[in-house]
Design a protein around this ligand. Structure first.
Ligand code: MGD
Ligand code: MGD
Ligand code: SF4
Ligand code: MO
Length: 889
């Protein structure tokens, strides 16, 4: 049971790197979320995931007690076991035989402790993080250019720019509040230009003046081309280049090869469009380039980042209002991880493994066993596990058996590892199932600490729920193990504020302006001041006591000579090219309403209404034999998936899109990373997650079905294809099989016994079979099998579980998968905030609604978070063109 606190709690959203301020208000024994008006990241806004935060707080599925070999144990037993087994491995094989794998979803305080324990006291560099899959390339790009991993911009710059380039970023879905701010800015200043660079036409294109659907992986050439064009038309800032940079001549020489014709050809774009693009860039005084996974997740991601930064340096569009190369972070504390040194090639607080840094950190921590060298990056780390070089791995706050490339191989490697420890909030994930010891962590709303967002803004995550079961904060778990390993003095904290102060002090220790990350101005906060900390952007130090919104306004960079570097790059395409066997390229990424491997957002029925099955989008010409409603097998050289086919004429030819989210609790065969080869960027170690050659084949289902069984915990059916759709109190599956049972009732009974229930069936012969099973007037199970994907009114069936139909005609309608009342079906839910479906939206357009605003007035859709506005516009356009076609006829 949750106890209800008296007051509202101000905290920071659990999800993306926008880092919105959220106010959680108690409402009965639940909570509702609203945006904090004066939080600099969101100014009161929230997206649909943020608005649904209150719906993912239940304890269903939580890991609430430590476990060894899946058996519950006490904390003392678990911590002793972790320490003893780690100690035994270290004493037999040395510190290099152990590794930690962390996450940008840990709080800064947790992260600091994990890093300190591994790199400072166990004495190996092997602490890496899922940020390796996310922003490692951006980090190296910034370091090469500026001498520090320092994001120059603030969100306001996006609003103040003349031109915003969004490249490799589906901002509308992945950073919705930044998208909303941009959309508003464009409304206020219609002369502002927004350009989307993405092989796909995404929801983000909705506010774009131009969409460059370039060849996947060709961004570096595009940025070399535009740099060359700017040089040719005299748009370079030669004073800035001369006084504040090095490397310009070489970089411009390399770029000069990227003529209009060559760039157009390499990027697969029309020369005319490219010329327009150059004209827009050349005409802008203030340019922001916002970039994300379409740039970073590449075997040449670092070069792409530097190609972007080169353009900004060469035109002097940095360190000024409305300017800058802005790598947007993904996770709520991705930036915090970069600050503490969570990547294996960093030591701590923006220090690396130079002798001076090792000595400095060793003196600060009071340790003479600080690791002398960088550790293994994520992909190599799990290879070392597979090869037996690493014998113990502690995974915290990440689900690598779903999110790492070549995930099946990682799983096989982990199965051979003598000691796998996992700290998580959920009991049953792909990764916890591979663990010897599971440690229950406190989740969002229960834990206390700080996070840093994309614009370097540190905000507090505050607890408003009591600790459930035996769950503990990650920092506490790590400190307890450290104490048992003999490092009691260095890990004796009682409160996260103490850790924060230590981290802040280290950031300023012997810094003297040499390291960008400096929050020494916060090193003296009392516990109460830490608790009440208002959002503040780093650096925060004696020179900048109020924090720093924008970096490099003084044109001084962090290389010892104070100058930035332009880096000559050689554009390269993805390492794996399509071939005869695998002729299409698989692009992977996010959908609007799910978060990563779905361990949290998968709990919300509302969030699953938008897209409820794992899918593959492809251009109809690439697989004309596969139609909507089919299932398809996507294969690569590494594995295969079974997904719902979504032919889409907007998808570029030759490229398919598969979401990264579905884990094996939600679908039988949909973990996309099982298909992806672990090619990495040589400089950043970041995997090429968005470019994997695949082939598509229709998977011939003899039948497909919808199944609803009372009780959420029911196991999935034994069929080659199934997907789980979240529904409180009900297990709801879509399923399919390749051979047809001779006796349907017997088949259902094998999976979900209906003995003693009253069964109502409809045998449709070749067309399928329906079954309703009742117990004392309550619906227990509903099953609809058809030759193709059955059309079933989900809301009507779900409603029948709590309000069974009363009349015979209504029961018959239910047996046919329809509502027995006049209530119209809604179709797929477009607006998740108000559960408005596509059918009523389309009806409203036919009845005269011509704009998003009119739809909002009529149905409320799009009036809360606005994430569905691009889709509303699509429906309006589609309906209007159908209406127009009708008129022409
Ligand atoms: N809803 C939701 N939001 C999230 C997350 C989530 O799981 N769900 N996760 C968060 C995290 S950790 C991250 S890192 C961010 C990621 O945020 P984004 O990077 O915006 O998200 P993705 O969908 O991974 O990829 C962005 C786009 O890159 C495009 N792309 C692929 N290849 C190329 C290419 O070669 N060139 C260019 N220019 N574009 C290409 C894809 O088509 C895709 O539209 O999202 C954060 N926000
Ligand atoms: N193909 C492909 N693969 C990708 C990507 C892609 O675009 N395409 N994107 C990559 C990117 S950018 C990212 S960031 C990763 C994300 O991938 P993951 O990090 O693997 O994804 P999550 O589902 O966020 O995993 C977080 C885990 O931590 C648990 N957790 C939540 N809160 C806490 C807490 O407070 N403490 C602890 N100990 N555990 C907690 C959750 O239950 C969950 O199991 O995926 C990467 N993989
Ligand atoms: S934009 Fe990101 S941080 Fe803001 S509410 Fe949505 S998920 Fe949360
Ligand atoms: Mo990420």
């Amino acid at each position: 049971m949750k106890s209800t606190p008296a007051a509202t709690t101000l905290t920071t959203c659990a999800y993306c790197g926008v880092g919105c301020g959220v106010s959680m208000q108690p409402q009965g024994d639940a909570f509702s979320a609203s945006g904090i008006k004066n939080h600099p990241a969101n100014l009161g806004r929230l997206c649909v995931k943020g608005s649904a935060l209150g719906e993912t707080l239940d304890l269903q599925g939580r890991l609430l007690q430590p476990e060894i070999d899946r058996q519950p144990v006490s904390w003392a037993q678990a911590l002793d076991a972790v320490a003893e087994r780690l100690r035994a491995i270290i004493s037999e094989y040395g510190p290099q035989a152990v590794a930690f794998y962390g996450s940008g979803q840990l709080l800064t305080e947790d992260y600091y402790v994990a890093n300190k324990l591994m790199k400072g006291f166990i004495g190996a560099g092997n602490m890496d993080t899922n940020s390796r899959l996310c922003m490692a390339s951006a980090v190296v790009g910034y370091k090469r250019a500026f001498g520090a991993d320092a994001v120059p911009c603030r969100y306001q710059d996006l609003e103040q720019a003349d031109c915003v380039l969004l490249t490799g970023s589906n901002t509308a879905w992945a950073h919705p509040v930044v998208y909303q701010r941009l959309a508003q800015a464009k409304k206020d200043r219609p002369e502002m230009r927004i350009i989307v660079i993405d092989p796909r036409q995404t929801a983000t294109c909705d506010i774009a003046d131009m969409h460059l659907a370039l060849r996947p992986g060709s961004d570096a050439a595009l940025f070399c081309g535009v740099l060359n064009a700017m040089a040719k038309c005299g748009r370079l800032d030669s004073d800035f280049l001369q006084q504040h940079t090095l490397g310009a001549a070489e970089t411009l020489r390399a770029a000069s090869e990227w003529t209009l014709a060559r760039t157009a050809e390499f990027c697969g774009l029309a020369e005319e469009q490219l010329r327009d693009f150059y004209r827009l860039i050349g005409g802008s005084e203030r340019l922001v380039t916002l970039y994300s996974m379409g740039i970073n997740q590449s075997s040449s991601g670092v070069d792409k980042c530097n190609a972007i930064i080169n353009l900004h340096l060469a035109t002097g569009q940095i360190g000024r209002e409305g300017c800058g190369p802005f790598s947007i972070t993904g996770q709520p504390n991705a930036m915090g991880g970069r600050e503490v040194g969570g990547l294996a090639n960093q030591l701590a607080c923006h220090m690396g493994f130079t002798p001076e840094d090792i000595s400095r950190v060793g003196r600060f921590w009071g340790s003479d066993s600080v690791s002398q060298s960088a550790g293994l990056n994520a992909v190599d780390l799990f290879r070392a596990v597979e090869e037996g070089r690493i014998k113990a791995v502690w995974i915290m706050g990440t689900n690598p058996l779903v999110s790492l490339p070549d995930a099946d191989r990682v799983r096989a490697g982990l199965a051979r590892c003598p000691l796998v420890i996992v700290s998580d909030i959920m009991r049953d994930t792909d990764t916890t199932r591979a663990a010897h010891i599971c440690l229950p962590a406190l989740g969002w709303g229960e834990k206390n600490g700080t996070v840093t967002n994309s614009e370097r803004c540190i905000s507090r995550q505050r607890a408003f729920l009591p600790a459930p079961g035996e769950a503990k904060p990650d920092w506490w778990i790590l400190s307890q193990v450290a104490q048992r390993l003999g490092f009691a003095d260095a890990f004796a904290w009682q409160h996260p504020a103490e850790i924060f102060r230590e981290h802040a002090a280290l950031s300023g220790f012997e810094n003297h302006g040499s390291r960008a990350f400096d929050i020494s101005g916060l090193a003296q906060l009392s516990n109460a001041e830490w608790d009440g900390l208002q959002p503040i952007q780093w650096p925060v130090n004696a020179a900048n006591p109020q924090g720093t919104a924008r970096l490099f306004t003084d044109k001084r960079f962090y290389h010892p000579d104070g100058k930035a570097r332009l880096i000559a790059v050689t554009p390269r395409l993805p390492l794996n090219a399509p071939s005869g066997a695998y002729p299409l390229v698989m692009n992977t990424g996010r959908v609007r309403d799910q978060w990563h491997t779905m361990t949290r957002t998968g709990k919300s029925a509302r969030l699953m209404q938008h897209l409820s099955e794992p899918f593959c989008q492809f251009h109809p010409d690439d697989a004309p034999q596969i139609r909507t409603g089919d299932l398809l097998r996507v294969s690569s050289s590494h594995g295969w998936l079974l997904l719902r086919a979504q032919p889409d004429p907007l998808q570029p030819r030759g490229s398919v899109f598969v979401p990264m989210h579905w884990n094996s609790n939600f679908s039988q065969q949909a973990r996309v990373d099982a298909l992806i080869e672990a090619h990495v960027d040589p400089l950043s170690g970041q995997p090429e997650s968005k470019h994997m050659p695949v082939s598509l084949r229709r998977w011939r289902a003899a039948w497909q079905a919808k199944l609803f069984v009372r009780g959420e915990n029911n196991v999935p059916p034994l069929t080659p294809y199934w997907s789980r759709i979240t529904q409180p109190g009900i297990a709801h599956f879509t399923l399919a099989d390749s051979s047809r049972p001779t006796d349907w009732l017997a088949w259902v009974n094998e999976q979900y016994p209906t003995a003693g229930l009253i069964c109502q069936t409809a045998d449709l012969g070749d067309d399928g079979f329906s079954l309703l099973a009742w117990c004392e007037g309550e619906l227990q199970l509903a099953f609809y099998a058809r030759r193709r994907a059955p059309s079933v009114d989900r809301q009507a069936v779900v409603a029948a579980f709590s309000a069974p139909p009363q009349t015979a005609p209504q029961r018959l309608a239910l047996l046919a998968g329809r509502a027995g009342s006049d209530k119209a079906p809604t179709g797929a839910i477009i607006c998740s905030c108000f559960s408005v479906g596509e059918i009523p939206i389309a009806d409203a357009v036919r009845q005269g609604c011509r704009s998003v605003q009119q739809l909002g007035d009529a149905l409320k859709c799009g009036t809360n978070c606005g994430s569905c506005i691009p889709e509303l516009k699509k429906i309006i356009a589609a309906q209007l063109s159908t209406l127009a076609a009708g008129e022409v006829k």
